[in-house]
Design a protein around this ligand. Sequence first.
Ligand SMILES: Nc1ncnc2c1ncn2[C@@H]1O[C@H](COP(=O)(O)OP(=O)(O)OP(=O)(O)O)[C@@H](O)[C@H]1O
Ligand SMILES: [Mg+2]
Length: 247
Amino acid sequence: MNEKIKVKVHNLIKTFGDNQVLKGINLEVHDNEVVVVIGPSGSGKSTFLRNLNRLEAPTSGSIVIDDMDIADPKANINKIRENIGMVFQHFNLFSNLSVSENIMLAPVELKKASKEKAAAQAKKLLAQVGLESKYNATVQSLSGGQQQRVAIARALAMNPDVMLFDEPTSALDPEMVGDVLAVMKQLAKQGMTMIVVTHEMGFAKEVADRVVFVEDGNIQEQGTPDEIFNHPKDPRLQSFLDKVLNV
Ligand SMILES: Nc1ncnc2c1ncn2[C@@H]1O[C@H](COP(=O)(O)OP(=O)(O)OP(=O)(O)O)[C@@H](O)[C@H]1O
Ligand SMILES: [Mg+2]
């Protein structure tokens, strides 16, 4: 991990109607840091990630990523999304396009990359996620775990500085979870700055530099994996861990 602050979230509030979902989130993420976000269903984890790449517009507060305040309504949303890759629970690949076409789409359409360059990059990214042989495959011919690895490759094709993952393995059959987590682990090792919402506590323990516990729209506790898993202080965190670790 590096001293440089990559993402600085200050007093982030998000309200839907009269439901205040994020109640003043403060978080700094350093360059190369892996932050794992845990917390009960409905606590605001997805809403938080969606604000970070402007899939939702913050109600108030600031989100500064590489010196750009993306909460500013005048911010250039396309530019923001180029720098911040996101991987979802449901991978949302285009099923009418081949694997490589899915990966090449955004670089060609948004970054005006040449087809040759985008194709070479797609090849390289597929190798990185262990799917070299699937370059020409149809999306439907892939397993869920393979599709999720293609979705990761697709996000990486924009050369993002920060990658957001929202429960990337929770829709997968158990035997496919490991392959996806291995790709994410590799990415962390290469120095990618990552914010990962997951229920995979093994991944959090092994890969996270910091674990953040979100409950009821607030960060209630944060610390190293050792602090959070072995010495949790907040009673709500203790009861959350009792539930997720004893299933
Ligand atoms: N677009 C929306 N419009 C209205 N309410 C929303 C919207 N998105 C989220 N919410 C509400 O915000 C709250 C937090 O939802 P969110 O999806 O962020 O929780 P979560 O922590 O990701 O939960 P889970 O673990 O189940 O994925 C919920 O009460 C949800 O109903
Ligand atoms: Mg969610």
